[in-house]
Design a binder for this molecule. Structure first.
Ligand SMILES: C[S@@+](CC[C@H](N)C(=O)[O-])C[C@H]1O[C@@H](n2cnc3c(N)ncnc32)[C@H](O)[C@@H]1O
Length: 386
């Protein structure tokens, strides 16, 4: 029966009405979070654990699980210590989440509740990338969060709905909409990213680190990387020019001429230029990699990446960085250094951090951004195992 006619079918209507009358749909945010923690998860990390409320829920009735709770507040940690007194399988760590996470090992789930919204947006994003790195393949990241309303009217209504005067709004709240945070998780490489529960400014969103091998078999199977040829330039130049002319992420002259750009980008050895191709062989991105310096600094590689803005979020940047790292390892480089990562380019920073790069220094105001003015310029580095 065509679907448009199903509502003329008495049996269908009766079944629907019976279910609608009996269904008890609402679940709490905690129930929704617990539902997504893999049953076999053994090690769980709670970011901004406070008095351990969420960590205790995740561990409750799961004797195979152990937990680590992180927080920076003496008072909150004292309450958590009291809650978990005598429980050897719970470790509490004092740490400021503004700083990169300490070495904690691998986890099957990283959870958080009402804590990350206190961090600057840039740090939220890099923390999500760090969570990705800490997770075992197939592991869950779930964040129950206070998120931004799309309008001041809804923000005011939220405070009224929770019976809290707006004047009591926490000055350390840095609310961000849920859509941006979902996009970040996808860009970092999480899959099954979704908002599983939402009521006004409270939202539970989560993503899963792809099981081993799945990332390549999934979206990235469509992306092939090969050495660039002269004939690729006509496909590279339109997005190269768009990115350079925007002047937001790369330090080339915004007026760079097509011929100069071609020479710069397709220069020969010891550098190497690659293109990322879609399923139909179309050029979606490109990378230029080379020794960072000559002489005594020639053992460190560097690279620049350009992804067609029309195709961002498809794993093209990740595929290009992985290819550059493979090349650098094969060529015997001992590390890779990015000399000029613009601090507002949070997508690139998160990607690089998820692949093991660290910010080793920042030139304050080193980049003149056309919108944000003078912003920091990071140097990022990761060693390359031989
Ligand atoms: C609203 S409480 C939530 C506590 C707990 N997750 C819960 O669900 O009950 C926010 C927690 O985030 C912690 N927090 C805020 N900023 C932090 C930071 N920069 N580093 C570590 N913890 C932080 C606070 O100390 C507090 O324990």
């Amino acid at each position: 029966m065509p679907s448009s006619e199903e509502w003329t079918d008495p049996a269908h209507v009766a079944r629907y009405r019976q279910r609608a009358a009996s269904e008890d749909r609402p679940v709490t945010s905690d129930e929704a979070l617990l539902e997504h923690v893999p049953a076999q998860a053994r090690r769980v990390l709670d970011l901004g654990t406070g008095d351990g409320r969420l960590l205790a829920l995740v561990l409750d009735g799961q004797p195979h699980r152990s937990g680590v709770g992180i927080d920076f507040s003496d008072l909150m940690l004292a309450a958590a210590r009291q809650r978990f007194a005598g429980m050897q399988h719970v470790e509490l760590v004092q740490h400021d989440l503004q700083e990169p996470l300490p070495q904690l090992g691998t986890f099957d789930a990283v959870v958080s509740s009402l804590a990350i919204h206190h961090l600057e947006h840039e740090r939220k994003r890099s923390l999500y990338a760090e969570a990705f790195e800490l997770l075992a393949p197939g592991g869950l990241f779930a964040n129950f969060e206070h998120v931004a309303s799309p309008s001041q009217r809804l923000h005011v209504e939220f405070f009224a709905a929770i019976d809290e005067p707006l004047e009591c709004e926490d000055p350390s709240d840095r609310l961000l909409d849920v859509e941006t945070q979902l996009r970040w998780l996808r860009e970092i490489g999480f899959e099954d990213v979704d908002c599983h529960w939402k009521w006004r400014e409270l939202a539970l969103f989560a993503g899963v680190r792809p099981p081993r091998g799945a990332a390549r078999a999934h979206g990235r199977a469509q992306i092939a990387i090969r050495i660039a040829q002269e004939t690729d330039w006509s496909s590279i130049w339109p997005f190269f020019n768009e990115i350079v002319a925007a002047g937001e992420t790369i330090g080339y002259s915004r007026e760079l001429h097509c011929e100069e750009a071609r020479e710069l980008w397709l220069g020969g050895p010891p550098g190497r230029t690659c293109v990322a191709l879609g399923a139909a062989g179309e050029v979606l991105g490109s990378a230029r990699m080379h020794p960072n310096r000559g002489g005594q600094g020639g053992h460190i590689a560097s690279a620049t990446f350009m992804v067609d803005p029309a195709h961002q979020g498809r794993g093209i940047g990740r595929a290009l960085v992985l290819d550059a790292l493979d090349w650098a390892a094969r060529a015997g480089f001992r590390g890779m250094q990015f000399n000029a990562v613009v601090a507002t380019n949070t997508a690139a920073i998160a990607l690089y951090e998820s692949l093991g790069f660290e910010i080793v220094g920042t030139v304050p105001g080193g980049f003149r951004h056309p919108v944000h003015g003078f912003v920091g310029l990071h140097v990022m580095y990761r060693p390359i195992e031989q």
